[in-house]
Design a protein around this ligand. Sequence first.
Ligand code: HEM
Length: 216
Amino acid sequence: MAVTGLILVAFLLMHMFGNTKLLIPEIGAQEFDEYSHYLRRFLYPVLPPMLFLWLFRIALLLSAVVHIVAAVQLTFRDYDAKGGMGRYLRQRYLAGSFAARTMIWGGIIILGGVIFHLLQFTTQTITVGYTGSVDPHERVALAFQEWWMVVFYGVWMIAVCIHVWHGFYSAFCTLGARVGAFSEKVLVACSWIVALLVYFGFMVTPIAILTGLVSF
Ligand code: HEM
């Protein structure tokens, strides 16, 4: 769980920085479209177009599958340890944060959001604000001119960031980084920084589009 979780966080950070290209004054739209095109032709002509992107997608999917299978196993182990159905124990949460206790539910919300997200921006089965075929920057710009889209992503990103906040901390604990009081403080601080960076880094683009701070 720890290793695949950190791979997924690394993807999130790359994806977030990629999206902020839209905010570059004057040339944001062009930069974003070029970036989208570049992802599809990465390492071309050494590799055929799209091959690298598909290898990347497969690696990402495998990480997500391993992460989810491990999460389900852990949830059942936890359930059995409590005597199944909670028959012998009353649930008392003396320790453990809200995020820690709700990781599995957060994960389910994230998965639902990712499925919607891919249908919207990758396969374009769901289109918001346009019909037909438009450039990559227009898909984003037209979708986030709708306030409810920004609210939807704003709420989904809260689930993503609560998950990242606890997951980042737990992953490094699993990998043996929590060796004392100081390292505990560093890990907590880093989890906050990464979670807040992911939230605001992703949401700055939709908010800038909705408020007209950037226009194309
Ligand atoms: C406000 C937040 C977000 C925005 C505006 C956004 C935007 C986009 C856009 C425009 C694409 C299509 C890129 C292209 O085909 O050129 C995309 C793809 C994708 N996004 Fe997001 N994204 C956001 C958050 C997220 C989050 C939180 C996740 C994961 C939990 C995520 C996972 C993905 C994945 C897996 C792809 C497909 C990449 C591929 O083509 O293989 N996105 N996103």
